[in-house]
Design a protein around this ligand. Structure first.
Ligand code: SF4
Ligand code: SF4
Length: 209
C-alpha cells in the first residue's frame, strides 16, 4: 500500500514495503545493517528549515548546529553519517549498476534498527518523497499522481528556496555569518503554503491478489 499524507506544509509518501525490502538493489548494504535506502546524508535547505521553524521546532534546528557531524554552509545544513571507506576500497562489487556504489557503504545518522528515528516533519523533503525503482514498478500506471505531486513539491521548494536565498543575500545574512539572525529572518519571511493534491491510496501490484 502506498498512501499520501500532508501536514504542516510537509508531504509524506508512506509505503508498506519500506523496511521489508531485502533484495532490492537500492536497499543493498555492505555494512551489516538492514537500512533500506537510508544511505542519504540529510541536507536541510532554507525551505526545509523554514517548514521546521514554522511548526515551532526551532530547538531541532539549533540542536543540529551543535552536532559535530553537521556541516554548516551559508544556505543549508548537512548532517553527515557513516561511510565505511575501508569496506568500499576493498570490496569487489561486480554488479552492473547505474548509481554510485559508495551508497552501499553509507548510513544516515538518523537511522535506527526499526527505521528513521526522527518525526517525518523533521526530515528534509527528499526523504519523505523518495520511492525506489522497485516500488515505482509495483505502482504501475497509478504512480503518475504521486510522481506529479513529487515534482510539484520539489519545484515549489526549489523556487522559494532561491527567493529566500536572494533575500538573505540582499540583507547581508547567511547561516555562517549570523545563525540566529538568519533563523529569525527565515521564520518571518512569508511563503504561500503548498496546495497538495488529493491522492487515493494505492494498492501495490504484489498486494493486489
Ligand atoms: S523506497 Fe524502496 S528501498 Fe527504500 S525503504 Fe522503501 S522499499 Fe526499501
Ligand atoms: S532522515 Fe530518516 S528517512 Fe531520511 S535518510 Fe535518514 S533515516 Fe532515512
Amino acid at each position: 500500500m502506498l498512501t499520501y499524507h500532508f501536514e504542516d506544509n510537509i508531504p509524506l509518501f508512506r509505503c508498506s514495503l519500506c523496511g521489508k525490502c531485502e533484495g532490492f538493489i537500492e536497499s543493498k548494504s555492505f555494512i551489516n545493517k538492514n537500512r533500506g535506502c537510508c544511505w542519504y546524508y540529510p541536507k536541510y535547505t532554507l525551505m526545509d528549515i523554514k517548514n521546521i521553524l514554522s511548526m515551532g521546532r526551532e530547538d531541532f534546528i539549533k540542536g543540529l548546529k551543535t552536532l559535530e557531524n553537521v556541516y554548516i554552509s551559508s544556505f543549508y545544513l548537512e548532517v553527515r553519517g557513516y561511510f565505511d571507506e575501508y569496506g568500499f576500497n576493498n570490496m569487489d562489487i561486480d554488479e552492473d549498476i547505474d548509481f554510485d556504489k559508495k551508497l552501499f557503504f553509507r548510513l544516515c545518522p538518523f537511522w535506527q534498527e526499526n527505521g528513521c528515528k526522527i518525526d517525518y516533519r523533521l526530515r528534509p523533503h527528499p526523504c519523505n518523497l523518495y520511492l525506489c525503482r522497485e516500488v515505482i514498478e509495483l505502482c504501475k500506471q497509478s504512480y503518475s499522481e504521486f510522481s506529479k505531486e513529487r515534482k510539484d513539491y520539489f519545484s515549489y521548494m526549489n523556487y522559494f528556496n532561491e527567493l529566500l536565498k536572494r533575500e538573505l543575500i540582499e540583507n547581508g545574512l547567511d547561516l555562517l555569518k549570523d545563525f540566529e539572525a538568519t533563523l529569525k529572518f527565515i521564520k518571518k519571511y512569508e511563503v504561500p503554503k503548498f496546495e497538495p493534491r488529493q491522492i487515493k491510496d494505492l494498492i501495490l501490484t504484489n498486494e493486489a491478489s
